[in-house]
Design a protein around this ligand. Structure first.
Ligand code: GLC
Length: 632
């Protein structure tokens, strides 16, 4: 047992020693990357585990895992690594389009997903996120987010070999497979969990287990409740009376990353998934991975160090894989995870929530403010912009941002919740509350895009709202992500209420089975599904044809109307001006507002020429994508 040296060179040979002999003569690429990543990983290990007596062995173990994984990485994936290395900005293209679905609900099995590839191509997907598909407990498994084995696919869906084949087939179709890396917790049925509870040496320290309430009580003074419907606080009691950390459901036990053996074990699971052909790992619940007494136990500095360390390991063993951050937290914290060294891509929960906020209030100022000041990202990174996901909508805007418009964050959230669950006069939204907390007055919103937008209630503006929300997500840069089913206006599914395994979790309302009838009607313009599909696919193809939509550059475009959201997507010779009316009255923007732009514009959606020197009227929930020469 030895501690880490402060000098990385002194630990380098110790870590590489045996591996050097095992690596073949064609493994020069590994050694080149090792040379670059080892000092980084070493430095992170010193910060995370410098005090541990076994730090040096722990680091050597991680290096051994990365080298072993590289040795078994397929020739195809190594070739793919080289292609990505030659084109590191591949995910910034205007051709990128993501889709997300549950394997069972959308296609039954992995074989069923395979049968959907022609549809994914028709839609233009380049990225497919399959919701958690690993072995997990029977009944409630938090939609698969309680993982019992990262190496076995839920047998009802298929096998790991089928997943690897699917990944290869998707890659041939130009689609990158995305799966969750659920690394904050495992299910209580995971082998590590069973061993930890049984006190098996080497495993007790895998989770955070306490003999009594003393420390849990102290932690709970500063930690917020995430799933209060399931259990109060962040701990659950084991049958033997001890308490274990469980941020989410009682059967999802948080891993203890203060133990380097946990880091190594999870790094091995990560490399295993990378070698199945997964191209992007969605870093689930990333904000929660490090705990310290007296803090919120969210987004602590060590969470960032851990992400960097996982990245350094990936760089050695599976260099083309990207991380996607899932941090649904304060906007300052969301961006803190986004960098080439941590998560190269990230959900944009603020833009998503504020799109719904704007549609509820008819006031686009908070959304505009977010585009003005919270959109910029470091080079080499991108947003994933979406309208709905499998999760609830949390109103994660910053109170200090809202205060600038004299909006009280707390009251505003209450209003938005009331609006979306239909408690406000005149709303046509059919949302359902999620995790309503009587202690704090907090709640979040569940519901499909179409039901939240009013289509379920027969509101004649519902379709326009759905299209406008997507027109924003598809034009603000990065990777737009469709919640599959939304392109045919799928409605809420209330059957979860009759199923004991799902009844307690209202998010199931927006996780319907694939709406077969709506898909069959997708070319029939006399149906809602047909009209929404026609309009959304027109947006998708217009985006693909327009190089200015690549990357993340965005210049705000202000009008004097609070109901208008505006921005330009600048390119080399042209710029695309996007304007959207989030309210239910027509708005005329006068000519002078456009005086900085060349007046002769091309409407990318109608393919008509538009003269801006006459001003422009936007209908309720109307929008334009106008391409014009840069500069007046
Ligand atoms: C993420 C998932 C969510 C899940 C939670 C716990 O937030 O998106 O569905 O409940 O993590 O794994």
């Amino acid at each position: 047992m030895t501690r880490l040296n402060l000098d990385s060179a002194a630990d380098r040979e110790f870590a590489l020693g045996a591996e050097r002999r095992a690596l073949g003569h064609d493994d020069g690429a590994f050694l080149t990357r090792f040379d670059k990543s080892f000092p980084v990983l070493h430095d992170l290990f010193v910060q995370l585990y410098g005090e541990r007596p076994d730090g040096r062995e722990a680091l050597a173990g991680v290096v051994a895992s990365a080298a072993a994984s590289w040795r078994t990485r397929s020739i195809e994936l190594k070739a793919h690594d080289r292609r990505r290395e030659a084109d590191p900005d591949w995910f910034q293209s205007e051709r990128m389009l993501g889709g997300v679905c549950y394997v069972d609900r959308f296609a039954g099995t992995l074989a069923g997903v395979r049968e959907q590839i022609p549809y994914f191509r028709e839609l233009g997907l380049t990225y497919l996120h399959l919701m958690p598909l690993f072995e997990s407990p029977e009944g409630n498994s938090d939609g698969g987010y309680a993982v019992s084995s990262y190496r076995r696919v839920n047998p009802a869906l298929g096998t790991m070999a089928e997943l690897a084949e699917l990944a290869a087939e998707l890659r041939l179709a130009g689609i990158s497979l995305v799966v969750d890396f659920i690394f904050n917790h495992t299910s209580d049925e995971h082998e590590w969990a069973r061993k930890a509870v049984a006190g098996e040496p080497g495993f007790e320290e895998y989770y955070l287990i306490f003999p009594d309430r003393q420390l849990p009580d102290r932690y709970e003074q500063t930690v917020r409740e995430i799933f209060p419907d399931d259990h109060p606080g962040s701990f659950v009691q084991l049958p033997d009376g001890r308490w274990i950390w469980a941020t989410f459901y009682h059967f999802q036990w948080d891993l203890n990353y203060a133990n380097p053996a946990v880091f190594r074990a999870m790094a091995e699971e990560m490399l295993f998934l990378a070698n199945q052909g997964v191209e992007i790992l969605r870093m689930d619940a990333v904000a929660f991975i490090w705990k310290r007494l007296g803090t919120s136990c969210e987004s602590l500095p060590e969470a960032h160090l851990l992400l960097r360390a996982f990245n350094a390991v990936l760089h050695m063993g599976a260099p083309s894989v990207l991380f996607k951050s899932e941090a649904i937290v304060h906007p300052d914290e969301v961006v803190s995870y986004i960098s080439p060294q941590e998560c190269q891509i990230s959900y944009n929960p603020l833009q998503m929530a504020l799109t719904w906020e704007a549609l509820a209030t008819g006031d686009g100022r908070l959304l505009q403010q977010a585009l003005d000041r919270r959109h910029a990202l470091p080079p080499g990174t991108a947003w994933v912009n979406y309208v709905r996901s499998h999760d609830d909508i949390g109103w994660t805007f910053a109170d200090e941002d809202a205060a600038e418009f004299a909006i009280d964050g707390y009251l505003h959230r209450r209003y938005l919740n009331d609006f979306y669950v239909g408690r406000v006069e005149g709303t046509s939204s059919r949302g359902v509350a999620f995790q309503e907390n009587p202690k704090t007055g907090d709640a979040r919103i569940a519901g499909t895009t179409a039901s939240l937008a009013g289509i379920e209630a027969g509101d004649s503006s519902g379709e326009d709202r759905v299209v406008l929300a997507h027109a924003i997500a598809l034009s603000t840069g990065g990777i737009p992500l469709l919640y599959l089913g939304d392109e045919v206006a799928q409605l809420n599914d209330y059957t979860y209420r009759d199923d004991p395994a799902r009844a307690g979790d209202s998010r199931w309302v927006h996780r319907p089975l694939r709406p077969d009838a709506a898909y069959a009607a997708r070319r029939d313009d006399s149906t809602t599904a047909g009209r929404v599909h026609r309009r959304l696919t027109a947006l998708i193809s217009a985006r693909r044809r327009c190089p200015e939509f690549a990357g993340n550059a965005l210049i705000p475009f202000h009008t004097s109307h609070p109901g208008i959201v505006g921005y330009q997507r600048p390119g080399a010779s042209h710029t695309v001006l996007v304007l959207g009316n989030v309210g239910d009255h027509p708005i005329h923007i006068d000519a002078v507002t456009f005086s900085g732009l060349a007046p002769d514009a091309h409407d990318l959606l109608t393919d008509q020429r538009v003269q801006l020197d006459g001003g422009l009227t936007l209908e309720p929930y109307g929008f334009v994508w106008l391409r014009t020469r840069a500069g007046a």
